[in-house]
Design a protein around this ligand. Structure first.
Ligand code: ZN
Length: 491
């Protein structure tokens, strides 16, 4: 019994031992399989990550035509490319160093087409000159996106966006980006200022929305310190916007609300929220008496190409100026006078042949005033109602003999002397407050036309209205300019 029992017990122990050994082997085997599966899964994940990373970088490079097209399409499909423009056609110009893609449709007026094409051409050339000559192995991709729409109130709205990317050993970075906006009257093709399309309260309405939008959408660390400055309803904030269907989209430039690497950011506000702020009809000409105003003046014209470029720039930006024409030059470009009058500029007299009036007899001055007035009236149908004595040389006798209000200036750009667009621009920009200023330039130099193309959009962007001299005096003094008075500072 005992033996049997022992044997049984032994058997039992042996079996238990065997079982234990088997179980242990199985467990080890299972563990091994698990390990293999885990490793395999890890390997697959690693491969996937590598693939994603590879596609992310290698796929984003644009050294071949195929890569560039794929890259451009990806940029267009990403939400960060703020324009909602999916139906427009894309054209690609591949170049191994500097490729350009543009997305736009031709469903717009000739004016907009011309404006858009000339902007794209000049900015593309600018970047090509600035970046291609630099001493590196970078390859560049410039991606354009143009969006057009019409408002029920009679405005054509256009937004032009670009993104410039650089690529070096398969690393891609966004170098700069910008969105420009423009408004035109559908009826006249003239550029419009924000307040010709929106009511004076619009910045308050927009700010109310935008401030909350940024606070809710972005964490504090994403918002740039001091970002609130750019959402306040003042200065040049909210001057950049375009219309898209039922929305108004406001643009905040790169490095304002968000950090530079985030690029420009836009805020879309439904028109119904802006209801009281949108004009039901655009105003073809509008001056806000409360907003700062500047009178740009051009002497010695009409010129040739420079004059035409200046007029086009004024028209494109919905801006005006006052032209003081020389009587003996009027016959060289009568069309320029017609165009100036057509786009709302004021026509002035610089007398006949740039004589020093202080050396002339009264009779001679009066003769020059009449002769010049006749020539100008013959060219454009308008008789000049203001004058500027050549060289700004005057005395009370001269001012009386002219028999019209006479004007000097408050900002002398010295364009005739420097013939340098940047220096001319700087002479305007450096002034802290330009309200009431009269800017002196000469329309016969190409460098002045270059400077005009910098100054006029800058003024518009910084909230300055451009007005004629008559308008400036009327709004600042309460009455039109008076005969026999010399105006220099108008505040
Ligand atoms: Zn002059």
């Amino acid at each position: 019994m005992n033996f049997e029992l022992d044997e049984k017990m032994n058997k039992g122990v042996d079996e238990a031992k065997r079982n234990y050994i088997d179980r242990d082997a199985r467990r080890r085997k299972k563990r091994k399989i698990k390990k293999i599966i885990a490793l395999a899964v890890l390997a697959i994940i690693a491969c996937l990550i590598a693939l994603v990373v590879y596609n992310y970088f290698a796929g984003r490079a644009f050294r071949t035509e195929k890569q560039f097209k794929e890259f451009a399409d990806r940029v267009y499909s990403r939400e960060t490319q703020q324009l909602d423009n999916d139906d427009a056609a894309v054209s690609y110009t591949f170049d191994k160093d500097f490729s350009v893609a543009s997305r736009m449709d031709d469903n717009c007026t000739e004016e907009i087409k011309n404006y858009r094409n000339s902007r794209i051409e000049s900015v593309t050339n600018y970047f090509r000159n600035q970046y291609l000559n630099s001493d590196n192995d970078m390859s560049y991709a410039l991606i354009w996106d143009v969006y057009q729409d019409k408002t029920d109130s009679g405005a054509d709205s256009i937004a032009i966006s670009y993104r410039l990317y650089g690529e070096n050993s398969d690393e891609v970075c966004l170098i700069t980006n910008n969105i420009e906006t423009h408004l035109y009257s559908s009826k006249t093709g003239r550029g419009l200022q924000p307040l010709q399309v929106l009511n004076t309260n619009y910045k308050y309405k927009a700010a109310e929305y935008a401030e909350n939008y940024f606070k809710n959408k972005y964490d504090d660390e994403k918002l740039k310190p001091g970002w609130e400055e750019f959402t306040k309803p003042e200065g040049s904030n909210y001057n950049k916007f375009y219309f898209s269907g039922d929305n108004i989209i406001f643009i905040f430039d790169e490095d304002t609300v968000l950090d530079k690497e985030e690029g420009a950011v836009s805020v879309s506000i439904a028109s119904r929220f802006m209801e009281q702020a949108v004009r039901s009809q655009i105003l073809e000409r509008y001056i806000n008496p409360q907003a700062p105003m500047v009178a740009i003046t051009y002497d010695d014209g009409p010129g040739g190409e420079s004059e035409e470029r200046i007029l086009k720039c004024l028209q494109d930006n919905g801006s005006v100026a006052t032209f003081f024409y020389l009587g003996n030059r009027v016959h060289t470009n009568p069309d320029a006078l017609k165009k100036a009058d057509e786009i709302g500029c004021q026509i002035g007299s610089h007398l006949w042949n740039h004589d020093l009036l202080t050396k002339l007899k009264d009779k001679e001055i009066r003769k020059q005033v009449k002769k010049t007035g006749d020539a100008i009236e013959k060219a454009c149908g308008v008789r000049p109602d203001v004058a500027r004595p050549p060289y700004g040389a005057y005395d009370t006798r001269v001012i009386d003999a002219i028999g019209m209000p006479s004007f000097l200036w408050t900002i002398d750009t010295l364009d005739w002397k420097t013939r340098n667009p940047k220096a001319i621009f700087k002479s305007v920009k450096k002034s802290k407050n330009l309200d009431g200023s009269v800017i002196l330039m000469h329309s016969i130099y190409n460098e002045t036309a270059d400077a005009t193309e910098l100054i006029v959009p800058w003024l518009r962007e910084h909230g300055y209205q451009t007005v004629t001299l008559n308008e400036l005096v009327e709004y600042k003094t309460g009455s039109l300019p008076q005969k026999g008075v010399l105006y220099r500072k108008i505040k």
